[in-house]
Design a protein around this ligand. Sequence first.
Ligand code: ATP
Length: 355
Amino acid sequence: MAQIRVENLQKSFDQFTAVHGSNFTIDDGTFFAMLGPSGCGKTTTLRMIAGLELPTEGKILLDGEDVTFRRAAARDIAFVFQLFALYPHMNVAENIGFPLKCQGMGRSEIRQLVQETAKLLRIEHLLSSKTSKLSGGDRQRVALGRAMVRRPKAFLMDEPLGALDAEFRHLMCGELRDLHDRIGATTVYVTHDQLEAMSMADQIAVMNKGRVEQIGSPQEIYDRPASMFVADFIGSPPMNFLRFEGGLKSGDRTIDFHDARIAVPEIREDRASAPLAFGIRPEHIRFADTAAVRGEVFGAEYLGTTQIVTVDTAHGRLAARLPSSASVRIGERVGLEFRAERVSLFDVGSGLAIR
Ligand code: ATP
């Protein structure tokens, strides 16, 4: 098992910098997701950890040992490309044992390691089955078995569920997390899908344009986003933002927002009159007749237990998540109330959260 640490990790391709000096530590046994939109540098970071790409600058440490210039095969890390790609002409045992055969290991030793791996994955009964006969979940277990059989210190996975439909992907997320819990190996998992990252990871690194914007537990990232980018990328629909001028002093508990007074959390340092914004997630908005921010209901999207109601205000369109039992009429004038302790504050210029 392994701790993975990257220090000032950078990668440039000619003039273009794909990763700008990342620093983070992945503790032993952690399920760590790298999450961000296409092109933000997730795969490049993962490939550097694997040893498939050389950093332009910076270091990679495995259990405190500098492995930056160590070749991939000598890093003791399994890179899982595609969880469903199996050798069709081999049975399950042969698929799992293949990496050991390539290493030139003896038959009886391979047999034993394959047995142990299959036991851990609860697929001992399938060892002589043809892979074409397996269910999706079992195929995934076999592919993982093939990666696990060499007892790597860590698993690196790049969008392993990307090709699956949504329902099956959800099922596989549960399987993968369960396996992680049983094996306990450090896992680094790249995805652009927030639901995958939120449902599986202990820690998430949210990346944007080659930079890590925030690292935290799913709850920290959701509840206390470090930037407007993170607040917007996580959550569906995303956080609503409303700009205001006039600055904010430490100790202030309210802001004057046009004709309304909005309760906000206290901040530590004064902020001058730079454009600021407050953010509120759709589920933290309530309809209240007496509320001073008012608008007209534009639409309602029924989602079963909840509905997403969009409201046009003088300051932009906001989305509110309400119980689907709430009666809402299109065109109706409503007041919007925000839960103060759930309001986030941001500096619009830098995009960073103000605490
Ligand atoms: P995706 O989910 O689309 O793979 P990503 O977040 O994994 O996105 P990367 O694949 O790491 O992003 O790519 C980051 C940036 O680096 C992209 O703009 C990509 O075009 C660029 N890039 C990656 N590899 C190379 C390369 N070998 N040569 C030039 N540019 C590259």
